[in-house]
Every structure is written in C-alpha cells, then in structure tokens.
Design a protein around this ligand. Structure first.
Ligand SMILES: Nc1ncnc2c1ncn2[C@@H]1O[C@H](COP(=O)(O)OP(=O)(O)O)[C@@H](O)[C@H]1O
Ligand SMILES: [Mg+2]
Length: 283
C-alpha cells in the first residue's frame, strides 16, 4: 500500500488492462511483468462463479459457437463449397468451449472471472510510454493484449488500490488450472521472523527468502556446486549474517586457512588443536 501511494505521487499514472486471448497461460508472464525495473502495480481481481451457473455459461458458449458454425455452413453450402470447411477461429472457439464444459463437468474444475490490471507510473510522459511499450511486447509474447482503459482511468486507479473493489467490468473466465498459474498460488514464499537469515531471492516473485535453519526439522545445510560457482562465498556470507543477526557461536574447521581473513575481521579466535586441523571460533 505504501508502495502504491508513493507511486501515485509521481506525475504520470496510467492504467491498462490485459486482455487474455490465450486459452492456456504461462506462469512466466507475471514474472516477466514483475521483472520490469520501473514501478509497476499489478492488480488481479478474481471472483469465483457458482458451479451450476458456470456450467450454464459454458453451455451457452457452446450453443453460441454451434449457431455461428451452422450459419457459416449455410453460407458455404449456398456458395457451392463443402460445408465442412470452417474458418479456423470457429473451430478453435468450438474446441475451447467443449473443453471448458468438459473441465467443469468431469474434472472438478471451478470457473473464475478475472480482471487483470496494470498500473504504471513515471516522472515523464515519455518514460511512461516506454514502459507501456515494453509491457505490450511482454503481453504479446504470451498471446495477450495490453489495452488502454479508455474513460475508466479513475475507476482503474481505485481498482488497483487493493481495497477489494473492482470497478472495472472487463473480465475473462478462467478455470482453476488457468487461474492457478498466477501468484500467490504458484510461488511458495519462505519468510520467517526472528533470527532469520537471508538465503537469496525467489526467482518468480522477487521476494527475499529469509529462513531460520534452527527452527526447521533438519537444521543442517550443505553447499553443492561446480568449482568457482560461489560455495565459499555463500558460506562466508552466511557466517557474516549469523555474526550480525544472532548470538550463536561460529566454529569453522578450516585446514587451508581460507576463512582466516574473515575471522580476523570479525575478531575471531584461532584454536590449533588436531595435528593438521585448524579450528577458528568466531563469537
Ligand atoms: N554472489 C556473488 N557475487 C559476486 N561474486 C561472487 C559471488 N559468488 C561468488 N563470487 C565470486 O566468484 C569466485 C568464486 O567463488 P568461490 O566462492 O570461491 O567458489 P567455490 O567455493 O564454489 O569454488 C570468487 O572470486 C567470488 O568472489
Ligand atoms: Mg571454495
């Protein structure tokens, strides 16, 4: 919300909606939108439809497509062509409507209506246009279209404010599987409180992964990787993190004295104990 308000203070605000044309979506689309460096607010309003009503909608769709099909067949046969020759669009609509009805009736799927809005803010109009141009490219890549919310910018702004109100009446029906492609269903966030340590960034949601290993069922850890991939770097970073965040003792078994500079920086203590091993304790 604070992010939303600070975004609104910028001079140019623009809301667009994503028209989902594809029948099957990829979860990479949202990740690509979120990877844009400029501030972007994505708002998804998802409303579930009563199952009986959903089946009725699917049946109506199917009969509409059948009607279109019959009219087309009448036209083609009157023109003297084979009536089985149908425009590819009608064939696709018909297959999709059949698949939807099948999903709802026999695969325990639910039907959802989704409004997908994107709010962009920028300091200048030019910057705004550039971002929107890039977003249009992303939408197109996933068989969707980014469209301007003409005459509905104010309603769009209220809808993006994550207050739970959807004033935009443009929506797309999706089944459970298609809806589940979008977060928060596909990403599992790990963000523990207390003495949690940083373990990287979630590649899909870009949120930090914060974890306290001591609270897990198995607190042990192991770093695996090819030489030079950054195992030692990760270990040193975690040691430093433990040093600053917790009161735990850090004991390093380090025959090659690779960690010596770090131990020195953190005012650690060396313990020569076994014949060839060096124990370095940092407290
Ligand atoms: N996250 C990172 N950011 C920048 N440099 C890194 C990062 N991880 C590793 N490096 C660099 O890559 C090189 C190899 O890392 P290192 O931890 O020694 O690999 P390993 O122990 O897996 O052989 C080092 O020079 C290190 O500074
Ligand atoms: Mg190493």
């Amino acid at each position: 919300m604070t992010n939303f308000l600070s975004n609104c203070r910028r001079s140019s605000i623009f809301i667009s909606f994503v028209e989902i044309i594809a029948s099957e979506m990829s979860d990479r689309m949202l990740a690509d939108f979120l990877a844009i460096e400029e501030p972007v607010t994505i708002s998804m309003h998802i409303r579930s439809i009563d199952q009986n009503k959903a089946i009725k909608i699917a049946k109506r769709k199917l009969s509409d497509v059948d009607k279109m099909k019959m009219e087309q067949q009448k036209k083609t046969s009157m023109a003297g062509y084979d009536p089985d020759i149908l425009p590819p669009d009608i064939k696709t609509f018909s297959d999709e409507a059949k698949a939807l009805l099948d999903d709802l009736q026999s695969r325990n799927e639910r039907y959802f209506l989704m409004t997908f809005l994107i709010m962009n803010v920028a300091d200048t109009k030019k910057q705004l246009e550039n971002v929107i141009f890039r977003e249009k490219g992303i939408a197109q890549k996933y068989n969707c279209q980014l469209k301007r919310l003409d005459f509905q910018q104010e309603d769009g702004l209220f809808t993006c404010a994550s207050l739970g109100n959807n004033l935009i009446k443009i929506n797309r029906g999706l089944t459970t599987t298609a809806t589940a492609i979008f977060i928060p269903f596909t990403t599992q966030e790990l963000f523990q409180d207390g003495e949690s340590l940083y373990y990287g960034v979630n590649t899909l949601s870009n949120n930090m992964i914060m974890c306290d290993r001591k609270l897990l069922k198995n607190p042990n850890g192991i770093f695996l990787g090819t030489p030079g991939s950054g195992k030692s770097f990760l270990a040193k970073r975690e040691i430093t993190n433990v040093y600053f965040v917790t009161d735990d003792d850090i004991i390093i078994c380090d025959p090659e004295a690779e960690y010596y500079p770090l131990v020195e920086e953190l005012n650690g203590q060396e313990v020569y104990n076994l014949r060839c091993m060096v124990f370095i304790g940092v407290t």
